[in-house]
Design a protein around this ligand. Structure first.
Ligand SMILES: Cc1cc2nc3c(=O)[nH]c(=O)nc-3n(C[C@H](O)[C@H](O)[C@H](O)COP(=O)(O)OP(=O)(O)OC[C@H]3O[C@@H](n4cnc5c(N)ncnc54)[C@H](O)[C@@H]3O)c2cc1C
Length: 378
């Protein structure tokens, strides 16, 4: 058995853990623990890879806007290539009472520059797949972008390593016990001691908390399906990322094929989700019903987990009962585009700085959360 001591142990090497390790390393000794032999095999490697400042609540939009300068500046510089590529987002839908809150949210997207409303024929001119007869309105976010997720992830890991972080693969966190100066973490025989634990274990974050003797926060992993297919008309690279306002599908061009999702949200246990063929069929049915796309052949499909809290805001900050255990979890469908801002908030908590207004809204002890009653085993 070996023992090593660090200031901080980050559990989980997805995009959030990697961003946090890069941010905290340098001034502190940091170890990043990833259970898998590779990084990014879970949510991070299965996303739609978009940055859109009209997505989600005000808080999510604020986190995304705060992250954008890092993607365009320091991170691109360290990566030696662009992390963002222009890909406008086009929300489309029919006017209905159900949509009113969505429309108000879009209209109030103050952080997204240049957002404009389009008529159905104007929307059709942006993508031949849009059927103007099936929509009443469209809203264009011209400055949205696709994210080079793999490059971003590798860049965070590179920065962390250059700043002296120890990065361990095949290092599954099995449990942790408090001792007088922090935590003793059990890694299948090896022990790591750390003053601070950061829980960035994605869909497994509640499990990690339970194995540290803390209460779970009621995180729910939800399966989302993505497919790539040949189609008529063939997709064109200039198409925007088209999202149904009613959350029934989205699609974008992937070369001349289309990448699409039925925007499904099926609660499942943490794990490796399999594609359910019914979700693939549902996606095709919705595209045929609401767009001009005709799917010819599905060439690839996958499912990934988006993990949510009960109020759909992330958990960022100290555990309510243990200030040396920081949560960086519940990143739902926005963990890539907000990762630099989440890492900055974690650094602020690690420094013991007073939380900003946004940081307070994301604290794990907030009243709006319904953490569930399951108490940790210890
Ligand atoms: C289909 C789909 C589309 C999406 N689209 C977008 C999008 O367009 N834009 C966007 O910003 N986000 C999007 N997301 C969401 C985004 O992918 C997630 O929010 C983000 O990847 C979460 O990162 P994470 O690091 O928290 O989780 P993960 O990437 O799951 O990383 C958690 C890591 O913790 C490790 N781990 C778990 N348990 C342990 C343990 N006991 N010990 C050690 N390590 C452990 C896991 O192996 C894993 O590598 C999408 C997600 C899906 C599924």
């Amino acid at each position: 058995m070996t023992t090593a001591a660090y200031d901080v142990a980050v559990v989980g090497g997805g995009i959030v853990g990697a961003a946090v390790a890069a941010e905290l390393a340098g001034e502190r000794s940091v170890v990043l623990l990833e259970a898998e032999p590779d990084f990014g095999v879970h949510a991070t490697g299965r996303s739609a890879a978009m940055l859109t400042q009209t997505y989600g609540s005000e808080e999510i939009q604020e986190l995304t806007a705060a992250s954008r300068p890092a993607f365009e500046g320091a991170l691109a510089e360290r990566a030696g290539a662009a992390i963002l590529r222009s890909r406008p987002v086009l929300w489309t839908g029919k006017v209905s009472d159900v949509l009113l809150p969505e429309l108000r949210r879009l209209a109030a997207s103050g952080s997204a520059p240049g957002v404009e409303w389009l008529t159905p024929p104007e929307a059709e001119r942006l993508a031949a797949a849009i059927d103007p007869e099936t929509i009443d309105l469209a809203c264009l976010e011209p400055d949205a972008a696709s994210i080079e997720v793999d490059l971003l992830h590798r860049t965070f890991l590179k920065i962390a390593a250059e700043r002296g972080a120890t990065i361990l693969r095949n290092a599954r966190f099995l449990g942790a016990r408090r001792h007088e100066r922090g935590w003793k973490v059990d890694l299948q025989g090896d022990i790591v001691s750390a003053g601070l634990l950061v829980n960035a274990a994605g869909a497994w974050a509640d499990e990690v908390a339970a194995h540290a003797g803390l209460s779970v926060r009621g995180l729910v992993p939800m399966r989302r399906t993505v497919l790539i297919a040949t189609c008529d008309p063939p997709a064109a690279p200039a198409w925007p990322f088209v999202v149904d306002l009613d959350d029934r599908f989205y699609f974008e061009a992937e070369g001349t094929q289309v990448l699409a999702s039925p925007a499904d949200e099926t609660p499942v246990p943490a794990g490796h989700p399999r594609v359910d063929e019914l979700d693939v069929a549902l996606c095709i049915e919705r595209l045929h019903e609401r767009t001009r796309l005709r799917i010819r052949r599905v060439t690839n499909s996958w499912a990934g987990l988006r993990t949510f809290t009960s109020d759909r805001l992330p958990l960022v900050g100290p555990d309510p009962s243990e200030p040396t255990f920081l949560w960086a979890a519940g990143l739902g469908g926005f963990g890539i585009m907000t990762s630099p801002a989440i890492a900055k908030l974690i650094a602020m908590h690690a420094d013991g700085a007073p939380p900003s207004r946004l940081a307070k809204a994301l604290l794990p002890d907030r009243k709006a959360l319904r953490p569930g009653r399951r108490q940790a085993a210890g």
